[in-house]
Every structure is written in structure tokens, then in C-alpha cells.
Design a protein around this ligand. Sequence first.
Ligand code: ATP
Length: 241
Amino acid sequence: SGTPAYYFPSVTSTNDVAKEYAKSMNRPLLVTSEYQTGGRGRRGRVWASCYAHNLMFTYAIPNFNASQGLGGLSLVVGITIAEVVRNKYKLDAKVKWPNDLLINYAKLAGILVEIQGDMDGLYTLLIGVGINVNEKPDIEDRAVTSLASELGTTLDRTALLAELVSALQENVKLFQDEGFIVFSERWDCLDAFKGMDVQLEQAGVITSGVACGVDDSGVLLLNVNGQMQQVHGGEVTLRLN
Ligand code: ATP
């Protein structure tokens, strides 16, 4: 449907740039960049760029109606990417709550959903995505992967981007219309941690339990000594035990 797209060799972060562009737009737009000088994940963690090898983009939606809440949205984005990667490349992409994409427990992609408040429940929604397509950065203490290293061949980033954006458009609309509940089964099929012993770190406190998937609104269910706890998104990190 002709989403306006803005391409840059380098930006601070595609979310930052999209935030500015969205101020003067009343329809969705796309910002992509070959490099980010201030690429970030949650809590200001750094997202590593590999110049011109990977995909970093933000799909921004001005006037987003947030009546469904936003809790499940980063999960919907994860499902979208995982399904595209699985269908297109036949790779075993999985999701890790709330915002990671993994292949064999190595990190393939990250998601940073941000919102900018407006009046009357209208927001500008920024869906930031980084995917290691043709190169994986060296990250200390963490297994990372790229599509190219999984497949043994380099890939056309543009074709992948086009598919991701159109799948995102479809799924974000479905989420707005129906809420997370229509995605909960899809999440379940893709959940890398389901049934696994995990450690949850929240504000410096570590809780051990068994990951039991998510509820109908995307809240993580953690079985701690036989008691089911609900874990909401935000400042939470999950690790395999
Ligand atoms: P975690 O992934 O540990 O649960 P998080 O979800 O908060 O934490 P993000 O904010 O999604 O993590 O991403 C930042 C983290 O991802 C960094 O701390 C780093 O470990 C890792 N990382 C940074 N750049 C890349 C990259 N290009 N590919 C894979 N992993 C990366």
C-alpha cells in the first residue's frame, strides 16, 4: 500500500528518527539504516550494528489506538518475525519472552517497541527491529547467530524486509482488532523456553522456576515451587537455568 520509507547510511537509532518523522505524518512509515550509533535494546542495552550487513528498521504507526493495551505487542512482533523466518528459510526460529528471536538458543534478532503518548489514548507506536541477516557481531557472554550463518549463504535483505513489513502490517491490525488472545496459540508453538527451568531477574532479584508459556494477554506464567506467578514485561530478564 505504498508505505513511505526513509533509508539512511547511519542514524542514532531508527526508533529515534521514526519518532521525529511520525510527528508530521498521519500514516505508517518505515525507517531503515545500515548502522546505528546509539542502537539500543531494553534498559539502554546496546544493540550492535554490522554496517550494511544486517537489517535495522522501525515501522512507525502514528495515531495508534492502544485500547488493546500494549503488553502483548512485542510478542506479536516476535511471532511475526519468527513465522516469516520459518516459512521463508525453513529455519527453526523461536521466540523468547518478551522480545527476542532465537535459533538453537542463539540470538538472531531483537525487538524494541516504544510508544509516544498522545491525547485520548492515541499513541505513536514505534516497532524497532534488528535482525542479524548476513553477519553476527561478537557479543561477550552470549550466543548470537545470523540467518547467513545458519544457511551458509548470504541473503537479499530487501526481499526479507518487504515480507516482514507486510506481515507486521497484517498482524498489528489483527492485534488491534482482536487483542493478544488470537496469538496465544501461535506463541505457544514458537516458545523457546516453554517447560524449561529458568531464572528470572527483576530489579536485581533472581527467581527460579519453570516457564509455563503465556496467558491470553501475553503475561509470562512462571511456576515457582508449585505456585503460578504472573510476570509482566518491562525490567525483566529470563535465562535458562
Ligand atoms: P536479554 O536478551 O538478555 O533477555 P533484553 O531482551 O533486554 O535482554 P535486548 O534489549 O533485546 O535484550 O538486546 C540487547 C542485548 O542483546 C545486549 O545486551 C546484547 O547481549 C545482545 N545483542 C546486542 N546486539 C546484538 C546483535 N546484533 N545480535 C544479537 N544479540 C545482540
